[in-house]
Write a protein that binds this ligand. Structure first.
Ligand code: UDP
Length: 334
């Protein structure tokens, strides 16, 4: 049985990945410092609590296990915070990732999958955004991810480390079985915030600007179900393990379908109304650094990885996230 190390496997996307890999016959080890992750989400692997800054721990982990591949989901990922605390982002997202890559090289572990982001592209010059789009990040978060993408190219040519960077657009949704989901503190993402406004965990949802150059004036994003993100990782892993992918590759992951903030709110209102819930919407100023439209062109992932997103209906995405939100909001979880 092949053993895969998931860094950040107690977090939102990493925990779904651990479940998918475990269900597909891999043995999963999770390394997570639990800074933003949750022990109870790390159900599908052996959890090692520790930090990528701890090079002794990494050395021991790699000496005591034989990993076929490593997936790295652990990062600081708040754009606003990265503007005021860039050191945290470069240290955690770049320097700590180097510790990981170096221990992999020392132990001859050649297959690496990296969570990258649409934020590496910066202000879009055109949409949908394909892999040829220039990468000019406009915040330290995006810059830190792009630095690792660059490092991976050099590690591929110098050390033979094969890697796939997967650039997520707007990750959302939850485990259809209801076991796993998103629990960020603070929560900044639109769909969980809308649903928290419906469940009563939050007073209202604020719409950040209605004067964008889009059909209804609100920003358009590409919302991609966490299960679909994970299936792309699974396919990339298979191709790395079978050596069909070599060198450093990168793929954009999204549905290619844009939904506006207003469309998300309308879809959520419908879903929550089925159980008699409502939500309050308020208007707010634009949030700094939000481009009007961010939509992915994921053709390359489809043709080269054979990837096909299954959950491109926004209703299904919101339904899964709502099922999870109701669980979080229930009195026994408070
Ligand atoms: N948004 C909003 N209200 C909120 C949170 C987000 O109107 O309380 C908007 C935000 O301005 C952006 C979209 O929803 O246009 C998606 O934001 P999110 O933070 O979920 O993801 P991002 O695209 O920034 O990665």
């Amino acid at each position: 049985m092949q053993q895969i190390l998931i860094i950040g496997g107690a977090g939102y996307i990493g925990s779904h990945m651990a479940k998918q890999l475990a269900n597909n016959g891999y043995r999963v080890t999770i390394l997570d410092n639990l800074s933003t992750g949750h022990k109870q989400l790390a159900q599908y692997g052996k959890l090692v609590v520790g930090d990528l800054a701890d090079t002794n721990l990494l050395e021991n982990l790699f000496s005591n296990n034989t990993f076929s591949g490593v997936m790295h989901f652990a990062a600081s990922s708040l754009v606003g915070e990265s503007m005021v605390e860039p050191a945290k982002y470069y240290r955690n997202n770049v320097a700590n990732t180097l510790n990981l890559l170096d221990v992999m090289v020392r132990h001859g572990v050649k297959n690496f999958i990296f969570s990258s982001t649409a934020a590496t592209f910066g202000e879009p010059e055109y949409t949908p955004i394909d892999e040829r789009h220039p990468q000019n990040p406009i915040n330290p978060y995006g810059a830190s991810k792009l630095m690792v993408e660059r490092i991976l190219q050099d590690y591929a040519s110098a050390y033979g480390l094969n890697s796939v960077c997967l650039r997520y657009f707007n990750a959302c949704g939850a485990d259809p079985a209801g076991e796993l989901g998103e629990c960020h503190e603070p929560e900044t993402h639109l769909i969980p915030l809308v649903l928290q406004a419906a469940s009563g965990r939050r007073e209202c949802i604020k719409v950040f600007g209605r004067d964008y150059a889009t059909d209804d004036g609100t920003c358009v994003r590409d919302y991609i179900h966490v299960e679909d993100l994970c299936s792309a990782h699974g396919l990339a892993l298979q191709q790395l393990l079978s050596q069909h992918i070599q060198g450093a590759q990168a793929y954009n992951l999204g549905n290619g379908l844009g939904f506006s903030v207003q469309q998300i709110i309308d879809a959520a209102i419908k879903v929550v109304a089925e159980q008699g819930y409502q939500l309050k919407v308020e208007e707010a100023e634009r949030r700094a650094g939000d481009p009007a439209v961010l939509v992915a062109d994921a053709t390359r992932a489809k043709t080269e990885l054979g990837w096909q997103p299954k959950f491109d209906s926004i209703d299904t995405i919101i339904r899964h996230a709502w099922q999870w939100e109701l669980k979080q909001a229930s009195p026994r979880n408070r």
